[in-house]
Structure formats: C-alpha cells, structure tokens
Design a protein around this ligand. Sequence first.
Ligand code: ADP
Ligand code: ZN
Length: 342
Amino acid sequence: MTKKEFPFSEKAVAVYFNAAFTFLDSIIDRSASVIITDRNIFNLYQQKFTGWRTVVIPSGEEHKQQSTIDFIIQQLIELEADRNTFIVGIGGGVVTDIAGYAAGVYMRGLKFGFIPTTILAMVDAAIGGKNGVDAGIYKNLVGLIRQPEFLFYDYSFLETLPREEWVNGFAEIIKHACIKDEVLFEALESHSLDSYMKDKDLIAALVEKNAGIKFAVVLGDEFETGERKLLNFGHTYGHAIENVYHLPHGHAVSLGIVKALKISGEINNFSSTESKRVMDVLQKYSLPVNLQVDSQSVFSILKMDKKRSKNEINYILMDKIGKAVIRSISFTQLEKLIKENI
Ligand code: ADP
Ligand code: ZN
C-alpha cells in the first residue's frame, strides 16, 4: 500500500493505492459510517460489507438521477445518520458521483470517501470532487464540487469487472494520453487490453499513472478556469450522444474523440497520420470510431453543454499527440462542422 496526499484548497485528499479492503477499518469508524454501493457490487461483495451499514442503489447510468438521491436521503434518515456519519461510496463512477452528491447535501454536508471499483472511476470519475446526477438526458447537469476525505484503491475489485467496463475505462486513459502524455500513448500502442487485464502489476501502474495525471490537472485548476477544461476532450460531443443513443460512457467518449480529431484536422492543422494513430489505439482497445447519428438533434443537445457561453463553446482540440488546446468555436461554425459529418 502506498499513501499519497493531494492538497486541494478545501482539504488534503488522502489516496491509498494498492490497499486491501480490510484496511478501511483503520481509516474510519465502522459504527459511524454508511456505505453506498450498487446492486451488482453488493451482490458480488456482500461478505466484505458484513458489519457495515449499507445503502444499495440500482446499477446503471439511467439511475444517476435526482430520484436516487431522494431514495438515499430517505435511507439515511431511517439509519438515523447525523452530521458525524461518514459516507463511503463503493462502485463505479455512477456510484461515486451519486454518493458524493448525497453526502454533500444531506444535513448540508457529511464527510465522505470513495472506493472506486471500475477502471473508469479509478482513473477519472472518482477524482476531482465533481459529484452530481443527470437531469433527464442532460449529463451531470446538477451537482457540486466537493473533495472526498480519501480515495482507496483495492485492485482486487477488478477481478469481477466485465470486459466491456474495462473498455469504457480505457477511453479515459486514451484521452489522458492524447492530451497530456505521449509516452503513455506509446505504451498503449505497444500493449493490449488483454495484457492489462491479465497483469496485475501492469494495470496497477497504469491506474496510478492515470490517476496521477488527473490529480495533477485538477489540482492545477480546481475550479475549471483553464487547464482542467482539457479533460473534456471527447466529452462535448460524447455527452451529446451518450444518453440519446444509450451508449456506454467510454463509447460516447471514443466517438467524441473521433469527432474532435476531425475538427482538429479541419481547423487546427492536426496531422492525419497522427489522427490515424489515435483511431487505431481506440480500435485496439475495442472502442467504436463510427456511429450514424441525427446531427440536427445532436447539435441541439450540444448547445446545452455546460461549457457553452452565449454564442460559442470551448472545444478541446489536438495539437499533437500528448498536447491538446482549448479553442472557442462559434455555434454557427460548430453546427456546420457537425452537420457536414466530417
Ligand atoms: P462507470 O463506468 O462510470 O464507472 P458504473 O458505476 O455504472 O459506471 O459501473 C459500470 C457497471 O459496472 C455497473 O453495472 C456496475 O454495477 C458494474 N461494476 C462496477 N464495479 C464492478 C466490479 N468491480 N465488478 C463487477 N461489476 C462492477
Ligand atoms: Zn468521461
């Protein structure tokens, strides 16, 4: 186990890499804690949670809605949770987003920590303090920024993670490589999903590397005034298609990256050879690079994106592999780019 501290303005977040679940008892008091997890994880790991008070929510992004928060709050009331209760969110990004948000609003805020159990949550969703829910089809429209006390990485949870969830997580890993780290990109080119799935040390190192990238970017720009926007690479378009076409997040991001590559070629001189390298890596990790969409309706959802201002939107484009840039694109130009289906 290695412990690292990340100093956010609100508080320092303790990160326990390569920790065993039983170690949780030495960080928090069981009798004053409530675990929030989803049905799948609970069914798989019930015996681990014996002796812990647990709130179980349904699995899946479609439940990342306000109604699930209301359900959790009802359960917390029944468990007589008070201001000293500690919330532990154990699960994928959906669970950590929901648990962090519920903890943030119950009695105006309880302390909380996360045990991410998907690659996606380990390298991305659980890091940075953004918690919240979707509002209908609009992704992450409601929520707050609040840091957890700790993040706890127990890689043994990955043994039951379905292959398609590994694929989803790799969309964010490829995103990190594209925007920040050429060496990481080359590593992804030379390894394969199977090699990461089989080799515990290899995946542990990859997760720690990627969590480090996310922490560094977020710490440099906690409230998303600049650099943190780069993490939205692939997400503006991705979010616009995700819920409408019922896509897994990673697939939506992959298609969003492809769209961003094309726009980068069009307006930022990004080379087509480099673009192909990125597409090849996406495909190598079983991510889609093609989807027929109704571009008119995609564009109208895209206009609702949180990163918009009145007539324009900040779009993240590639400069070269390992470096992305923020460009402001007017809606008129973006509409053309999206509809031309470049
Ligand atoms: P995310 O992809 O954002 O991390 P979820 O929280 O929806 O999103 O997790 C994806 C799916 O994987 C859910 O169905 C969840 O129940 C399931 N899941 C999460 N972690 C594990 C795990 N370690 N083993 C098996 N299934 C898991
Ligand atoms: Zn994402």
